[in-house]
Write a protein that binds this ligand. Structure first.
Ligand SMILES: [Zn+2]
Length: 70
């Protein structure tokens, strides 16, 4: 029984981890950067919709990390 609880705790830990690599993108149509911090000042200047996606997905789209908040 203890083993089951441990396994469940590990699962929760792993699923928590995978959701922590969300990045923020200013959806202005031409943005090639993504932000790792929602509080990034460059992101705050965005007057379009801000969308979140996984870092992996952003990299696949050819975007690179913002150098202010990486
Ligand atoms: Zn940034």
């Amino acid at each position: 029984m203890k083993r089951v609880i441990l396994g469940f705790a590990l699962f929760l830990f792993l699923s928590c981890n995978s959701s922590s690599d969300k990045v923020y993108i200013c959806e202005n149509g031409s943005s090639t950067t993504f932000h790792v911090k929602q509080t990034c000042f460059a992101l705050k200047k965005c007057n379009h919709k801000v969308v979140t996606e996984s870092q992996e997905e952003a990299l696949k789209e050819g975007k690179h990390v913002c150098h202010f908040c990486k």
